[in-house]
Design a binder for this molecule. Sequence first.
Ligand SMILES: Nc1ncnc2c1ncn2[C@@H]1O[C@H](COP(=O)(O)OP(=O)(O)O)[C@@H](O)[C@H]1O
Ligand SMILES: [Mg+2]
Length: 405
Amino acid sequence: MNVLMISPGFPVEQPFFTRGLARQGNQVIGLGDQHENDLPAMAKQSLAAYLQVPSFSDQQAIFKIVANAAKKVRIDRVECTWEPYMVLAAQLREILKLQGMSIEQTIPFRDKEKMKLVLDRNGIRTPRHESTQTKDGVRAAAHRIGYPICVKPIAGAGSADTYRVDSAVQLEEILPLLGHVQEVSVEEFIEADEYTFDTVCVDGEIKFFNICQYRPRPLLGRTHQWISQQTIALRDVDDPFYDSGRRMGQQVIQALGFQSGFTHMEWYRKADGEAVFGEIAARPPGANTVDLMNFANNFDIYSGWAESVTKGTFSLPITRKYNAGHIFKRAQGNGQIQHIDGLESLMADYGEHFCVVDLLPIGAQRRDWKQTLRSDGMIIARHPDFRTTCEILDQIGIRLQMYAG
Ligand SMILES: Nc1ncnc2c1ncn2[C@@H]1O[C@H](COP(=O)(O)OP(=O)(O)O)[C@@H](O)[C@H]1O
Ligand SMILES: [Mg+2]
């Protein structure tokens, strides 16, 4: 099968999906804005051909390049596993008359208000919500919904420009910070723990699902620089504790008519067990979360995803031997990494459970912690026991220190 893969080399996970498609015996045609020579080796080796486009913002040029290519070689599928180009992928499918998600099916996965309206109609518990483009609109929505509220962009990512607001006075402090955001979602603030429900589906049927727990909630991790965010892919996903979330996940997939590929949903679990919908995307989660599924199951789900979208089957054995979690570390101070403390003793205590140690090296420039989820480094650890997994990650949070200056 000939598969057009959008942005096969960027960001860092994309080469793995591209390789997955090639491993399933497909001819992969990449379409991206990078120069062919700048593609990561894994992407380059997995591609049968590459179409360079001048810019992803120049849609007409992209349509023309793809239409020309399609005259020379049959294109069977268009795949995209990166959020910004989900609609572009749908447009190309419609132009080429291919199966897969249409524009109409894709929009509710992109627009957080439309998404919740569809789910409301299907009886799924969403936070009370309104969308608005004006400051007065936010004030009025806050009044109707009641504090505390969450204010966030309608098409946000990575908790950017997202605020918890507890009072009308605080709202006035936040509003000026939102001037650059065109449309915001105002929501009832849900006090809860936060989880994912991720799937690989074939023709609307869930073939594999994964639940991650975020520690702490992403909004907290994004608000306080000293926090080292953890995400753990859970081993005991069938525990009754997650019943409400699993059920919601299945209902959401059905309500949105999702067919084949990866989905990534976030949901809140309140102390009384009630599940509340967070958001869903028609793509895999980012920031190495797919790797957690791999380490939890000892498989290559990049390839499993490719099998599901090109062959309509999912044959990977789902073993769930481990909880697999990552922790992102932020250095103290600004500038370049000067030294790293605690790694040796952590390796001595827990090294056998580490899967990945990927810290910025001494001398590297610190990353902007507001711009990247990965911060200045990542460790992935796994263990069959959930509490032990948490303890290992917590010990990394406490004992591993990176200093910049
Ligand atoms: N209604 C809400 N109640 C409580 N927390 C929320 C709410 N909406 C968003 N958040 C917090 O903000 C984070 C980011 O919001 P989310 O809707 O997931 O957008 P994105 O991840 O695309 O930036 C969530 O992970 C959660 O911690
Ligand atoms: Mg989110």
